[in-house]
Design a protein around this ligand. Structure first.
Ligand code: TXA
Ligand code: MG
Length: 358
């Protein structure tokens, strides 16, 4: 575990205690942003890779560092409500209600963008996603920048998003100027993205703010049905990011979905077959099932009793299978409810929708 600060391959890495934030580091990081540089920072969802959202040249560097497709728009982060007005044409009623309830927190609201948002930031769209994170370090950092901060997840494009500073360093060290380290991310999956440019509002990416929670504000809010299906060729989703293979470890992932007892039996049968082919198999199990597997690399992703733990550990678990150099990953499926919808959305995408339904 890192302590204090150090410079590795031209990237300055600093560790900040969120209970006692060292202003010196926050100022240093904000100065880099003001000069058009890149800073990775913790949020309650996943680590973000930030730049001045109003500076096209700075934003272009994000796309380069991540190897991100140019047509995938960035989310703009703010630290206070009065920073939103200049960024959007209008704030629809439903957006007001959602912000008042869930901000600061793991939710991104898509609205029509104002002219000060450069085209690179919105990837040519006429809308922009805005998010106000609740993580203390993120809030302090954005406030100190006095600028809206464009920030995608701080991973190389396609890889699972980083939920701790070590994974952030693994992907971005040497590619950016500064990494702020904080504690492990609370939520573990990226923010819920809600398109408020039309009524009713539509969830384009499920996350920690669940459909059930959103429906308490407006029962007409719905999840874009397209996002749970394998994208067809030439499919153009409303959130461009949802068409790419994402959250993918190096080894192929296969999801086994259905009755839990049958799932365990099927996985054990598949493990046996892979072992006879001399393959190293990773099994993404849960606290309730891990002792049912006796062969292969077995990692529990969390407990089925609290799906929040599964969300929190999901990306880290996928990366741990890479550390173990497995040839294939067999993952138990989860129910499509609550935060399980976000978990299954990420898992389906990491598996390229390779699902064995029982
Ligand atoms: O939790 C999060 O949202 C994290 C942290 C760092 O805040 N950020 C994040 O950003 O996940 P990124 O770039 O990895 O994912 C943004 C997603 C993409 O799927 C993108 O296509 C979609 O949001 N998106 C952004 N702006 C959009 C817009 N104007 N219209 C539709 N989709 C949009
Ligand atoms: Mg991402």
């Amino acid at each position: 575990m890192l302590k204090g600060d150090e410079i590795i391959m031209n990237t300055k890495i600093v560790m900040i205690d969120s209970c006692n934030i060292d202003k010196k580091y926050i100022k240093e990081a904000a100065d880099i942003i003001k000069k058009g540089g890149l800073v990775a920072f913790p949020t309650e969802t996943v680590y973000g890779l930030g730049a001045n959202a109003l500076d096209s040249e700075a934003v272009k560097k994000i796309f380069q560092a991540k190897g991100r497709p140019q047509d995938n728009p960035l989310i703009v982060h703010v630290s206070d409500f009065d920073e939103i007005d200049p960024l959007v044409k209008e704030i629809p009623d439903i957006a007001h209600k959602l912000m008042n309830k869930f901000w600061p927190g793991p939710m991104t609201i898509i609205m029509k963008k104002s002219d000060i948002i450069p085209d690179v930031t919105s990837a040519g769209l006429d809308s922009i996603g805005i998010r106000m994170p609740s993580n203390k370090i993120a809030k302090e950092f954005i406030k100190e920048c006095k600028l809206p901060i464009a920030a995608p997840s701080a991973n190389i494009s396609g890889r699972p998003s980083p939920t701790d500073v070590e994974r952030c360093i693994e992907d971005l060290n040497g590619k950016i100027e500064y990494i702020i380290g904080g504690e492990k991310c609370d939520i573990g999956v990226e923010s819920t993205v809600i398109d408020c440019t039309n009524y009713p509002a539509c969830v384009l990416r499920p996350g920690g703010i669940t459909l059930e929670m959103l429906k308490e504000i407006d029962s007409n809010i719905y999840i874009d049905p397209a996002i749970m299906k394998k994208p067809e060729k030439d499919f153009k989703p409303k959130a461009p990011g949802m068409k790419y293979r994402h959250y993918a470890p190096k080894a192929p992932v296969k999801i086994i979905q259905g009755d839990l007892q049958k799932t365990i039996e099927k996985i054990n049968e598949m493990v046996q077959n892979y072992i006879s082919e001399n393959k190293v198999v990773g099994i993404m199990a849960t606290d309730e099932t891990k002792h049912k597997y006796t062969k292969g690399v077995v990692i529990s992703v969390g407990t089925r009793k609290h799906m929040e733990t599964v969300a929190q550990n999901l990306f880290e678990t996928l990366r741990m299978f890479d550390d173990n150099n497995v040839d294939v990953i067999l993952a138990e499926g989860f129910e499509f409810k609550g935060v399980g919808i976000a978990v299954m959305n990420r898992l389906n995408k990491s598996a390229g929708f390779n699902i064995i339904k029982l």
